[in-house]
Design a protein. Sequence first.
Lengths: 279, 313
Amino acid sequence: MTRAQQRKIEGGIALTLSTLAAFLGLFWLVFILGDVLVHGIKALNLSLFLSDPAPPGMEGGGLKNAFIGQLLITLFATMIGVPVGVLGGTFLAEYARGRKIARIISVLADIMVSVPSIVIGTFIYAILVRPMGHFSGWAGSVALSIIMIPVVLRTTEDMLSLVPWTLREAAFALGAPYYKVITQVVYRGAATGILTGILLSIARVAGETAPLLFTSFNNSFFSTDMKGPMSSLTVTIFQYAMGPYEDWHAQAWAAAFVITVFILFLTITGRLIIKWRYK
Amino acid sequence: MLPLLKKNPVDLVFSSITAIASFSVILFIIGILYVLISESSLAIGKFGVIKFLTSTDWDPVKESFGALTNIYGTVVTTFLSLVLAIPVAIGIAIFVTEISPNFLKGPIGAAIELLAAIPSIIYGMWGLFTLSPIMSAYIEPFLKKITANIPFVSILFQGTPMGIDILTASVILSIMIIPFTASIARDSFNLTPAVVKESAYAIGATKWEVIKNVVIPYSKLGVFGGIVLSLGRALGETMAVAFVLGNNHRITTSLLDAAATITVTLANEFAEADNDVYLSSLFYLALVLFVMSFITLAIAKFFLLKAERKYSR
């Protein structure tokens, strides 16, 4: 065998292995999604959304409490996390643009994005749950918002930096103060991007389980009281999947199906907007 | 630098509000560190630092706690998942940037990103109901059989294949971190200037030689940063492993045994801790995890920034 043939064969093997790796990645996606879809659709029915859980071991019942709880917790987390994140990103991209402090906060926010979410759960337990004396929906919302803030902050910073500086200069030249330039020119230019960042950050926190385990905890009854323990889909999935009843497992699959579809919908929408707007 | 700043009172108020909002990130980090240290002070006083980190005790009844079994579980599952994930992730990145026809680039890239968007609880549940039975029925007995006569390696596969063990947890974890590593590696590969690659082709290099000798050396900083970032994520992953690791506070040599990671211990025991020393020890564990992952992520960020500076020159 000549040297040239040897090199060709070596290259062929390496490239084949890479191709196989890519299809292995694709295989896992299809496998996991397919499994969730098949099991989830089988267990999906109307009473899942309309009725509360039956006592353990009994047939029937639904997860209305968990759906409502998840919505409330995520909604309030968004209401806390989005303003703080957007304003914080504004500071980094506008008032502190190019300064050392902006770089430091930006790096720290990037690190915060990946900090173990369960640690944030223990933090909120210590500062909110124990002083209040009981688990609460608010504690869950605050825990999720702490995960959300760095995500929104970084995307806002990036999106505002994409708005051309000359646009701001044009507004300055008309005598507008900086806050007006930001709210009326820069925000408008970056609105789509910021909105996409918010969508993706909601997708990120909607699937979080670990920080809710000891903040909002769980509640087998219907409750809209944010001051008390509150059920969420993710914690319910954890409890039901680990539980001994077949009926629970089926409902856990159904809940997993709903949450996966919701999150993938948000993610795909976000990606499409980015592709369409920032090509 | 900014001509109109501070001239207008509304501007002053608005800029202060945005400043406070952005400083919340620093506040959270300092707050988490402070709260975790003060909450674990009872356990720090009782067990010290070195003794806590090296003790294998985990006995709520005798109130004697040590972190070593948890750290061991965390390190072993993380290491194993990286070993499984890195080759696949690099392969995906090579395929998407260099091999794939253009019409496949988009869909495969999107699919990898969707894999990253699936919440970890879904991975965990899928692992428990689907992967774990497959592992215990086919893959683990097979591994046991082929390694049975190899000295030392066979120690790794001792015991009954139950599917609830370190190996299954590592496989799930590796599926979870493949997308992170792959997308950063892909972005780094893409930054290799076409001119450099074309020069290599011009002197007769094959495609694989270009990848091996030009693309990978050129982008190694970014790829390395991506790997360390995935390491940081894997250290703190909770729900994907909580389902399939069991909760076993022992140091085992077999990958077919149940174990415990810091995150799994926290998830299973935190809400049930019934005395002060127990709870304080759990906060201590959380502190160890926070410090471990923070340092890892900071190193990752350092390499990624360094890579960014190199490419932007």
